[in-house]
Structure formats: structure tokens, C-alpha cells
Design a protein around this ligand. Structure first.
Ligand SMILES: *Cc1c(COP(=O)(O)O)cnc(C)c1O
Length: 382
């Protein structure tokens, strides 16, 4: 999407804004649909990656389910057309009000993260005279080899139930009459690019299956979670759905009647989004030049929060190559998108594209410094 015509196309639009390329989004969704149909796996799109209402509507139109981590996400996904019976609800801190609303909305399943939570869900279900499906989120103690803030399946992590607690969990659950045990849930982290991490997870799942069959506990759903990474160096590259699905198919020993569920977020929406901004000033630093742009960490917090790298392009210039620190206007030194990167000679007014920002970009925007929230522009609107 980033040739010189795009600079023309964006020139008269107020910046910054998220530009969503619907051809890329639809191509990704078509691949995901094809792969999930071939394998028979159920997809629950992780809403938190990008809950833009138009994006949600498009994803829902493919017939996928949704993975939500708050009642507001459940509400937004139902509004966008996701079927409540295809919605799963995860999170370590579901409030009573959220649980109550989700029970009334008839969602598919609660992915539970502690014994305390399971007891509260049972209590609230009993008050409504209902039986609800739960899955246990298991902490598989697997290192995801990604940034520590997005690693979720290691011992010090707040997420999930340890396998050594399972005996106790099932003893307690035997008394809880308003719950139906549906299966297991996992999510070991995000932006996972090493297939070996998923291989370890699938092997761990096979071992756990033995534990359950030895106790005659029936597992219907095995939810492998999300986490499949994208190539931030190559924004044109599609996520590796085929390899990922094949690996799961080859390793997990599915028993009769069992279903695999997946919760991809980043891989679905990451490559369709670009943050478009304008250069405000060029300023000399001691070893570098600063290109100060009108987008900041309030629009895209990933570099400040996770030291994330996004490919940055100057769409307006074909000049000689120089080095720049690309920074935003917010009053924080962490408001830096990239340090000492090569760009063609950059001037005030040039259009700058920050690529691969469709996931955890607009979704995490804030109004710090009382800045405006970024707008969204879709490829069929300009
Ligand atoms: C965030 C999250 C996902 C999605 O992760 P991605 O890395 O975006 O694919 C899936 N499941 C759960 C429980 C999550 O918290």
C-alpha cells in the first residue's frame, strides 16, 4: 500500500490516523477461513487486538466467534454481529456485574483463571437458575520467548491455574451444581514467532489429556489460545496460518468428539493497519536528527511499552538517505517510534507511514496530554 500514490491520497487528510487496508484484511480472513474449514477448528477472534466497530463487523461476517476479556467487549461483539453462542470470556478479574451480564447473554463459555472465580460464577449462575459452561485456563509453564509483558504462561504469571491445583479444582467443582466443565484453555503469550513454542504447548496438552482420561473426565474443547506472531520487518508478509494449523494437527492427539478452538488476534488484523502521520519539525540532535511527527505514543504505545519495532516509511520523499530518530510530540522520552533509522531526506509536511499497526494500535490509544484519539480511515473511503 505504500507507494508514492499513497502520499497523494493522504495529502489532504488531517493526520494522524489509522489507515486500514480492507484488501489485506479480507485476504487474511479468507485464508483463515479456508484453513479453519480444512482443519475443522473453531476460531474466536481476540477482540482486544482491534475492536474498531467496522473491523469487528467485517470479521463477524466471516462467521468466526469472538474471544472477549470484558463485558464491554462482549457487548461490542454482539453489536457487530458475532453470535453469542460463539463467544468465550477470559480474564483474571471478571467482575460480578460482567459475569452476570455474560450469563444472561448466553455466551458459549467462561475461560476461568482461578478457583475463587469458578465459585463466584457458580454462585451467580445459581441465582439466575442457570447452568453455564466453563473451561479451565491452564498455566502450562511454557516460556513464549517474546517480550516479558506479553508472556503469560510462566510460573510468575498471574494467568491461569497450575496443573498441580487440578486435583483440588475438580474436588471443589464436584459440589458446584451450576457449572458444566467444557474443556481446557491455554494462552502462553503474544507475538510468538518460534513454532517450537507451540510445539511444546501441544505436547503439554497431550500429557494433560492423560491426566484427565485417567480420571474419566471428559474434555470436549481444547482451546489453544492466540499468540501467533507477525513479521514486523516485512509488513507485506501474511501470517503463517498454514504452518501453525498443520503443527497443531500433527501434534495434538484429538480424542473422538473433541474440538480445537483458537483465539488469534494480532495475526488477523496486524498487517492491515498503518499509522499515517505528518512531519512537524526536523530538529538537530547531537548524533542524530529528530523527525518530530504529529503521531505520538498516545496513538501507538507499542514502541514505548514493549520496545516494539515497526517499519517506518517516508511516503513523500525520494531524497538521499539520512539517519533519524522518529519521535512524537508527547512529553515523555519514551515517546519514540524508532532510533537512528534510515529514511530518505525528510522535511516538514512529509507523510510518514508506521506499518503493521492493525493490532494493539488504535485499541490501546489514550488521551494522555489531552490529545485527540486517532481517527480511522478505510481503504474504500479514499
Ligand atoms: C490477547 C489474547 C489472545 C490474542 O492474542 P494474540 O497474540 O493477539 O493472538 C488470545 N487469547 C487470550 C486469552 C488473550 O488474552
Amino acid at each position: 500500500m505504500t507507494d508514492k500514490n499513497d502520499a497523494e491520497k493522504f495529502r489532504d487528510l488531517p493526520t494522524p490516523f489509522y489507515f486500514y487496508d480492507l484488501d489485506i484484511l479480507n485476504a487474511t480472513l479468507n485464508t483463515l477461513k479456508k484453513e479453519s474449514q480444512n482443519s475443522g477448528y473453531k476460531i474466536h477472534y481476540a477482540i482486544k487486538a482491534n475492536p474498531n466497530p467496522r473491523i469487528l463487523k467485517i470479521i463477524a461476517s466471516y462467521g468466526f466467534g469472538a474471544d472477549c476479556v470484558s463485558w464491554n467487549e462482549i457487548d461490542a461483539s454482539i453489536e457487530a454481529g458475532f453470535d453469542p453462542s460463539e463467544i468465550v470470556f477470559a480474564g483474571v478479574g471478571k467482575t460480578d456485574k460482567e459475569i452476570d451480564a455474560a450469563i444472561k447473554a448466553n455466551i458459549f463459555c467462561f475461560n476461568c483463571e482461578s478457583i475463587a472465580e469458578i465459585e463466584v460464577i457458580n454462585h451467580l449462575a445459581a441465582k439466575l437458575n442457570r447452568t453455564v459452561r466453563i473451561a479451565l485456563r491452564i498455566n502450562p509453564l511454557i516460556e513464549a520467548h517474546t517480550h516479558k509483558y506479553i508472556t503469560t504462561g510462566i510460573e510468575e504469571s498471574k494467568f491461569g491455574i497450575y496443573t498441580w491445583e487440578l486435583e483440588d479444582v475438580f474436588k471443589k467443582m464436584a459440589r458446584l451444581k451450576n457449572l458444566t466443565f467444557s474443556g481446557l484453555h491455554f494462552h502462553v503469550g503474544s507475538q510468538i514467532t518460534r513454532m517450537s513454542v507451540f510445539r511444546s504447548l501441544c505436547t503439554h496438552i497431550n500429557e494433560l489429556q492423560e491426566w484427565f482420561s485417567a480420571r474419566n473426565i471428559d474434555i470436549k474443547t481444547i482451546n489453544v489460545g492466540g499468540g501467533l506472531g507477525i513479521d514486523y520487518e516485512n509488513p507485506e508478509k501474511s501470517p503463517m496460518f498454514a504452518e501453525y494449523f498443520t503443527l497443531i494437527h500433527e501434534i495434538i492427539d484429538l480424542r473422538p468428539g473433541q474440538e480445537i478452538h483458537l483465539e488469534p488476534g494480532r495475526s488477523v488484523v496486524g498487517q492491515c493497519g498503518t499509522l499515517i502521520s505528518r512531519v512537524l519539525y526536523i530538529k538537530n540532535g547531537s548524533n542524530t536528527q529528530f523527525a518530530i511527527i504529529d503521531a505520538g505514543m498516545t496513538d501507538l504505545i507499542r514502541p514505548a511499552l514493549y520496545q516494539a519495532h515497526h517499519k517506518i516509511e517516508n511516503l513523500s520523499s525520494k531524497g538521499n538517505i539520512y539517519r533519524y530518530d522518529v519521535v512524537g510530540p508527547v512529553c515523555e522520552s519514551s515517546d519514540t517510534f524508532a532510533k537512528f533509522i534510515e529514511l530518505p531526506e525528510t522535511r516538514r509536511g512529509n507523510i510518514i507511514a508506521i506499518r503493521s499497526v492493525g493490532a494493539y494500535g488504535e485499541a490501546m490509544a489514550s488521551r494522555y496530554n489531552l490529545r485527540d484519539l486517532p481517527r480511522a480511515v478505510f481503504s474504500d473511503e479514499i
